[in-house]
Write a protein that binds this ligand. Structure first.
Ligand SMILES: O=C(O)c1ccccc1NCC(=O)[C@H](O)[C@H](O)COP(=O)(O)O
Length: 215
């Protein structure tokens, strides 16, 4: 989120988490100063997630001191050790994003036992200029048999497909929720209140598929 209007739309619909992107190449990038204002606007009505990509200690310290996020979401090549160090340094919960294209990609989860949560996202397309927020999805069926810690699902979700995604993945014992960016935008970096409301409504009314029922 990079605008008060988008925040208000998401909060009015009961969003649990608000993401702030600290990555200058992203159309969603916010400065630490702007993020501080957005964070204050949230006023505890949702958890605030700071998205970073291989951020150095100086940026992490600035984010943690000024924005005081509830979560750090790591989208770069951070190791499990780096995640654990940041978690302790910033005293916030941590979420590691993993790009998934094949079942083998889920094995990367083993390196992040210190993470409070994983974000399972699509691998970025080859011509992508950022590691996340590309509107690309992956085959959700890859998750079904995987042993995973608590995770959120993301990548190419929209109001039109989020119910299908939750039907497929929501029965997994470690599924916590969904995350969206492009699917609620009118243009890259421009969130659309109507799409936000449609997405949250569709996600909240979705039900996991009953795997024990055979038609
Ligand atoms: O959104 C960005 O621009 C971004 C930039 C750098 C790192 C991560 C970024 N977004 C990560 C997200 O959490 C997205 O919500 C997630 O990848 C899903 O994106 P989308 O497929 O566009 O819904």
């Amino acid at each position: 989120m990079n605008a008060v209007e988008s925040l208000d739309a998401a909060l009015a619909c009961g969003a649990d988490m608000i993401g702030l992107v600290f990555f200058p190449r992203s159309p969603r990038h916010v400065s630490v100063a702007a993020a501080k204002g957005l964070r204050q606007h949230v006023r505890g009505r949702a958890e605030v997630v700071a998205l970073t990509v291989d951020a150095d200690d100086a940026l992490i310290d600035a984010i943690c001191a000024e924005v005081r996020p509830d979560w750090l979401q790591l989208h770069g090549q951070e190791s499990g050790g780096r995640l654990a160090a940041l978690r302790a340094r910033c005293r916030v919960r941590s979420m590691k994003a993993l790009g998934i294209a094949a079942a083998a990609d889920l094995a990367a989860a083993a390196a992040f036992t210190a993470a409070d949560r994983l974000l399972l996202d699509a691998k970025p397309p080859q011509d992508a200029t950022r590691p996340g927020g590309n509107g690309a999805r992956f085959d959700w069926r890859l998750i079904a048999a995987a042993e995973l810690p608590p995770f959120m699902l993301s990548g190419g979700l929209t109001a039109a497909n989020v119910a299908e995604a939750i039907a497929e993945v929501g029965g997994h014992g470690s599924f916590v929720g969904v995350d969206v960016s492009s699917g609620v935008e009118a243009a890259p970096g421009v969130k659309d209140p109507v799409l936000i409301e449609a997405f949250i409504r569709a996600a909240r009314s979705a039900r996991p598929m009953r795997k024990d029922k055979v038609a």
